[in-house]
Each structure stands twice: as C-alpha cells, then as structure tokens.
Ligand binder design. Sequence first.
Ligand code: ADP
Ligand code: MG
Length: 308
Amino acid sequence: MGKRALAAVLAALLLTGCAVRQVPAEKTVFCMDTVMELHVWGKDGQAACGAMEDALLEMDRTWNASSDASALAAFQAGEPVSQEVQDVLARAQALKERTGGAFDPQLYRLTEAWGFFSGDYRVPTPAEIQAALVDPVYDLGGVIKGYAGGKLVALLSEMEVDRAVLNLGGNVQTYGEKPGGEPWQIALQDPRGEGQNLVVSVKGTMAVVTSGDYQRYFELDGVRYHHIMDPWTGYPADAGLASVTVICADGMTADALSTALFVLGLEKGTALWRASEDFEAVFILTDGQVYATQGVALSGGKYQVISH
Ligand code: ADP
Ligand code: MG
C-alpha cells in the first residue's frame, strides 16, 4: 500500500473511531408510571444503561405507593425498613418544612380520592376531601423521579462514563461535561402548545425538573383538574401557573421544589427563591407569560427576569 493510501485508511479509521465514541448507548425504560430515556456516552455506556434500568425498576418497587409489596407500604404499616428508605422519608419531611408545607409527601389519600392513581378520575365531595386531608399516607410521587436522577448520577460516577442525559419522564438529569465545555440544551415543553420554544442551558451535572398542569389531568364541564394538589384546599393547585421548571444540582430537591413552586405560584415562589441559594426557576403562567430567576440561561422566547 502506498503512503498516500495508508494515510487515507488511517484517516478513515480515526474518523470511524471518533464516530463510534460519539454515538451514545441508549435505553428506554417504562417505570414510575412514565417513559424514561437514557443516553450515555463513554466506554461503559451500554453497561451503565443496564445498571440504571435495574436501579430504576428497583426504586419503582421500593417507592410504589399503591403497592402493598413496596418498602413504602411496609413503613406505612410500621414495619422495619432500610436506612435508605428512612433517610429519603426524612429528607421528604425536611423539604415539606422548607416549602412551608406546599410540598407534602403524605397526600396519598387526596390523590387517590381524585382518581389519579386508578385513572377513574372524579371530583371528590368536600367531605371526602376533608377526610383525605386528615389521613396522612405517604406518596413520594412528587420527588421520586428527582431522587432517582440523583441516584443514577451516583451510579454513573462509579463507571467509565463520559457524560449522560437522562430524561426521567419530564425530569431531565444531565451528567458530566459536553465536549468543549458546551452547555446542555434542554427544551422546555410548551404547556399549551402555542409555539413557545424555550430552551434552558446548563453545564455539567444538573437536574432540570418541570411540574405542570398538562402532564396528568382530566376535564369536566370545561374545567381542568390536574394532579398537583394544594395541600390546604385539597383541590388541584390554582396559583396561576401552567408549569414551573427548577434547575438545581440535587435531583430530589429540584423535584420537591418544582411541585412546591407550582402550588405556591409566582409571588410566593419568588420569595422562596430569594430566601434560597441552591436553585433557579422558570415560571410559565396560565396566560403564557414567562418569568425566570436571574441565574437561568434561557433562550428561544420572551421572558421577564426575576432578580434578588
Ligand atoms: P410529575 O410527577 O408529573 O413529574 P410532580 O413532580 O409535580 O409532577 O409530582 C406530582 C405528583 O406528586 C402527583 O402525581 C402526586 O403523586 C404527588 N403530589 C401531588 N400534589 C403534591 C403536593 N402538593 N406535594 C407533594 N406531592 C404531591
Ligand atoms: Mg416534583
């Protein structure tokens, strides 16, 4: 082979090598009542996808509030549970406190009364709502995907993985740096499908978690009843928001805060942000207006900046 041909073959090999390394390993997992998409770059990509699937299915069994076989049900029944389960429940209670009760991990009865577990949607009577509110039963639906994101990050950090992006049913968890230090670009779903194309940029390992009134809801007589409950009224939260996205280094915190800010609304949510230093947020109002706290790198549409 002539020198020139050899060089061409080498160049081709190099190119292929690069191309192979840049294709992520991918996996779709159905769990926690949603579809999850895992994309992992690096030597252990395939193995990491398998390990993450196992971990997700295990977490689904542990935290399923509707299953008598879950560790959560065991805890609720006063049976012994692992230290990890106790720790997560303690963290959930701390997040309830931090949000003044807007995030409440013990609203199982309420969500059940509205039919969101069974899919038999209905508007409960005021008496049923009152009964549900005074019977605290754990449901970690408001944080578990965020918690899962954090747990998967820990798993990835022990493998030969360059970077990953995990879409856990609307909760996005990034891991690692993109080549050249480019930010991850995460498109925010337009709550009303009216052509908003907002994109959040984040660097490194970060949770970008959205709570919205369009993810799970039913309509009756022209009224939309969605799945995020106001713990004070027992009705779906009605604080003028269509969605809230929280950007935070910790997945579980991001998830609890997204649910809480959705309940609190723009004004009280802004007050919580001002009193905090660990998260940023994007609020999309039911009338389409967008507000973002000053640390958010947002593009693709008009918005107002919330400053300190
Ligand atoms: P999603 O699970 O759709 O991503 P959220 O993180 O906001 O959205 O969680 C909503 C889920 O959390 C509900 O389906 C229910 O299981 C539970 N939940 C509803 N209202 C609250 C609340 N005020 N605090 C904590 N959990 C809640
Ligand atoms: Mg949440």
